[in-house]
Design a protein around this ligand. Structure first.
Ligand SMILES: C[S@@+](CC[C@H](N)C(=O)[O-])C[C@H]1O[C@@H](n2cnc3c(N)ncnc32)[C@H](O)[C@@H]1O
Length: 285
């Protein structure tokens, strides 16, 4: 529907509540009362594109149309990320986890890693780079990375693997040269992840908030990175997701969280965990 009349940009309390409820029920993201201005500014442009003269009308459209709902969720997730974010995690992998993993008798299968809430791909590509460098010294050993998110726009960007200079500036020059192609012509100034890394990462849509048992993939992982995602969830959603991670990890597998996130290891709902270092947890049996 084309917009002909005047737009009502006011976000009423009832439209605000409905949006918050829908977001919580379908994504687990808890938007607080303070997020009204943020919701309003992030959705304003979309109202026009969807031909809705008011937020009331937009809410009606979103309720009826799953495609519009997905667009709204894309607009309301926060996707801040960067290469080598919280770099001590990658040091821990190299120095603490990987040597032990390799020493384990019978561990000839590939290392399996899940980047859950991967945003635009910087986290799984950093993992791929670090693991590729490490495994280069161990011929015959390999790894696979699954990277998932609920936001289909960020997944598209992640799969494309194309970044601006500002986005790759945290990557040491030697690795930038080795793992990225510098664009030419219309792509000049852009950096594209080379196939060596790209083929190591499998991107897919996965909603962490879907109740346990409903949609979990059956892969068992050695490592799960889920960083800076729990900050958007409430305690119940978080407990459900951690339990799902517990069931998705091999015994002795590791869970990495963001710098301001933690597990309450006394919560019996989430399985048995030990703390290895700040924000790094090991599955115990
Ligand atoms: C702040 S980013 C973190 C990116 C990366 N892990 C990092 O630490 O740099 C949070 C990501 O979690 C995703 N997310 C939020 N709720 C989710 C859900 N229910 N299922 C899957 N991903 C979700 C968002 O779309 C967003 O890309």
């Amino acid at each position: 529907m084309a917009l002909t009349g005047i737009m009502d940009s006011h976000l009423s309390e009832s439209a605000f509540d409905t949006i918050r409820r829908m977001v919580y029920e379908e994504t687990g993201i808890k938007l607080s009362e303070q997020k009204k201005a943020m919701i309003q500014s992030r959705l304003m442009k979309r109202l026009k594109q969807a031909g809705c003269p008011s937020f009331e009308q937009y809410v009606k459209t979103v309720k009826l149309n799953p495609h519009e709902r997905a667009i709204m969720f894309n607009l309301l997730t926060t996707n801040v990320t960067k290469f080598f974010r919280e770099s001590h995690h990658f040091d821990f992998l190299r120095e603490g986890f990987l040597p032990v993993f390799l020493k384990h008798s019978g561990q000839t299968r590939p290392l399996k890693v899940w980047s859950a809430g991967c945003s635009t791909g910087q986290e799984p590509y950093t993992l791929a780079l670090v693991l590729n460098e490490f495994f280069a010294s161990y011929p015959g050993r390999d790894f696979q990375i699954t990277a998932s998110d609920i936001n289909t726009d960020v997944l598209q960007k992640a799969a494309g693997g194309i970044y601006q200079w500002e986005e790759v500036s945290d990557i040491p020059y030697e690795w930038l040269k080795k793992y990225f192609k510098l664009g030419t012509g219309p792509n000049s100034g852009l950096f594209k992840v080379k196939d060596t890394l790209r083929k190591k990462v499998n991107f897919k849509y996965f909603n962490l908030a879907v109740p346990v048992g409903n949609k979990r993939d059956e892969t068992i992982y050695d490592i799960i990175f889920c960083r800076n995602v729990f900050i958007y969830f409430d305690q119940d959603t978080k407990a459900n997701v951690i339990r799902m991670f517990y069931n998705s990890l091999t015994p002795g597998g590791y869970l990495f969280l963001g710098h301001s996130e933690s597990l309450n290891i006394n919560d019996t709902r989430i399985g048995k965990w030990s703390i290895q270092q700040h924000t790094v947890y090991r599955k115990e049996v």
